[in-house]
Design a protein around this ligand. Structure first.
Ligand SMILES: Cc1cc2nc3c(=O)[nH]c(=O)nc-3n(C[C@H](O)[C@H](O)[C@H](O)COP(=O)(O)OP(=O)(O)OC[C@H]3O[C@@H](n4cnc5c(N)ncnc54)[C@H](O)[C@@H]3O)c2cc1C
Length: 383
C-alpha cells in the first residue's frame, strides 16, 4: 500500500526507527536523516575489532518493559537474551548489592534480620516524613536515614550530577527501588534482556522497508527545513533547543566520558560495578562481555565512566532535571507548541530522561495517531 504521503524523520535512534517503521507500514514514504554515521542513536552497539566483544558505544543499555505491545513490536526485529541486570557497588572498601535490598541491609548492619525486623530498624533511622520533600537529600533521609544515604548515594549523586543533593529534585530518588526482600535484580519488569544480535542490528531491521530511505551523515538544521519550504510533516528527535537554534540559551545536560581498558579473563565478574565514594572520580565501570553471558571471549573490554557538564560540542546524555516552570524549558516548550507541522518526540526533543520502552511506546502512539489524521506536537506523556 502506498499513499503518496511523505514525511521526514530526524534522528535514527529508537524513536526515529519506530516512527519510520510504523508510518512506512501504513503506506507513508519516510526519509530518515541521521547526523551520525550509524543508526541506533545512543543505543548503538558494535563489536570491538580486537576482542570481538559487543560494546554499548554510548554506555550500558538493558531493555526492560511491562508494556506487552512494545515487546511484541520489537520481537518482530530481534530476539532478546534472558540477561538480568544485577548491579554491585563499591563503597567504603566493600562490594554491596544495589538497589538496596535485604542483603545490602544485613551486610550494612552486620545482622541476619528478617524483612519485618529490618523495616522496624530502618523506621528508627529515618528522618520524619514530610509531605513533599523539597530536594533529593531530604527525600533520601526520609527513605533510608543518614548512614545508608551517605554510603551509597551522597557521593554518587554529586559525581553523577555535579551538584549537591540539596539542589536536585526529590523526584530523582523517588524512582530508585528499595526492597525488603532478596531480589537483587536492578529491574523488575516482566520482560527484560538484550537484543541477541545487538541494538544496532535490531534498528537496522526496523528500517528495512521499501518506503524508508535512510540518509546517514545527514545533519538537519531547522533552517534547512524551512529553506526547503517544508511541506510534509517533520518528526524531530534531536535536541529541543537545537531546533530553535538555541535562541534563548542551551538546556543543561550532563555528558559522559569513557576510558577504555582491556584485560585478560574477567575483570570484575559483572556487567556494571558502581563506585559510590566521592574520592573515586568515576561513577561506574562497565565490563561489556557480561551483557552476553552465552558468548566466550578470552579478553575483556571495560569502560570507566565519568560524568560532567555538557559543553556545546559534547554529546548530550542526561538532561539536568528542570521543572516545567523553568523559564528556559518553558520557552522552548511554548515555541514547540507554536510550531506547525512538527512533532517533537524522543528523549532529546522532549528534554526528559526516558527509558527505551517509554520512547518506543510514545513513538507507537504518535505514529498511529498521525496515520489516523491527528498531528501532535508532543506525545501525551510530555504533559
Ligand atoms: C548512559 C545511558 C544509559 C541508558 N541505559 C538505558 C537502559 O539501560 N535501559 C533503557 O531502557 N534506557 C536506557 N537509556 C535511555 C535510552 O538511551 C533512550 O531511551 C533512547 O536512546 C532514546 O532514543 P531516542 O531515539 O529518543 O534518542 P537518541 O538515541 O539520542 O537518538 C536521537 C538521534 O537523533 C540524531 N540527531 C540529533 N540531532 C540531529 C540533527 N539535527 N540531524 C540529524 N540527526 C540528528 C542523533 O545523532 C541520534 O542518533 C540510557 C541512557 C543513557 C544516557
Amino acid at each position: 500500500m502506498k499513499t503518496n504521503q511523505h514525511v521526514t524523520v530526524v534522528g535514527a535512534g529508537l524513536a526515529g526507527c519506530t516512527l519510520a517503521r510504523i508510518l512506512a507500514e501504513s503506506g507513508i514514504a519516510v526519509t530518515v536523516h541521521e547526523s551520525r554515521e550509524h543508526i541506533g542513536g545512543n543505543c548503538h552497539d558494535s563489536r570491538c575489532r580486537q576482542t570481538g566483544v559487543m560494546i554499548h558505544r554510548y554506555g550500558p543499555h538493558i531493555f526492560h518493559t511491562d508494556r506487552p505491545e512494545v515487546y511484541a513490536f520489537l520481537e518482530r526485529f530481534t530476539q532478546f537474551t534472558d540477561y538480568r541486570h544485577r548491579v554491585r557497588t563499591v563503597a567504603n572498601g566493600q562490594v554491596w548489592p544495589l538497589p538496596v535490598n535485604m542483603l545490602t541491609l544485613n551486610q550494612f548492619w552486620g545482622t541476619a534480620l528478617s524483612p519485618q525486623q529490618a523495616r522496624e530498624r530502618l523506621d528508627t533511622l529515618r528522618a520524619p516524613t514530610q509531605e513533599a520533600p523539597e530536594h533529593l537529600e531530604a527525600q533520601a533521609l526520609q527513605l533510608m536515614g543518614v548512614d545508608l544515604y551517605q554510603l551509597f548515594f551522597k557521593g554518587y549523586t554529586q559525581k553523577q550530577w555535579g551538584r549537591a543533593a540539596t539542589s536536585l529534585p526529590a523526584s530523582i530518588l523517588r524512582r530508585l527501588p528499595f526492597r525488603f526482600n532478596y531480589d537483587d535484580r536492578y529491574f523488575q519488569q516482566a520482560r527484560q534482556g538484550i537484543p541477541d544480535k545487538g541494538y544496532t542490528q535490531m534498528a537496522l531491521r526496523m528500517l528495512e522497508h521499501p518506503l524508508i530511505t535512510l540518509r546517514l551523515n545527514s545533519p538537519v538544521t531547522p533552517l534547512q527545513m524551512q529553506d526547503a519550504g517544508r511541506k510534509s510533516h517533520l518528526f524531530w528527535t534531536g535536541p529541543l533547543d537545537s531546533f530553535f537554534d538555541y535562541e534563548a540559551g542551551r538546556l543543561p545536560y550532563r555528558t559522559l566520558d569513557f576510558e577504555e581498558f582491556t584485560a585478560q579473563g574477567d575483570f570484575q565478574g559483572c556487567a556494571v560495578m558502581n563506585y559510590s565514594d566521592e574520592d573515586v572520580p568515576w561513577t561506574r565501570i562497565t565490563e561489556h562481555k557480561h551483557f552476553m553471558p552465552d558468548e566466550h571471549h578470552e579478553q575483556t573490554v571495560c569502560w570507566r565512566e565519568f560524568s560532567r557538564e555538557a559543553q556545546p560540542e559534547d554529546i548530550p546524555y542526561y538532561p539536568v532535571q528542570q521543572t516545567l516552570d523553568d523559564p528556559l524549558l518553558k520557552h522552548y516548550l511554548k515555541r514547540a507548541e507554536e510550531t506547525e507541522n512538527v512533532t517533537f518526540i524522543g528523549r532529546l526533543a522532549t528534554f526528559r530522561y526516558q527509558d527505551m520502552d517509554a520512547v518506543i511506546w510514545d513513538a507507537m502512539q504518535v505514529a498511529q495517531r498521525f496515520i489516523a489524521g491527528e498531528k501532535l506536537t508532543f506525545p501525551d506523556s510530555r504533559a
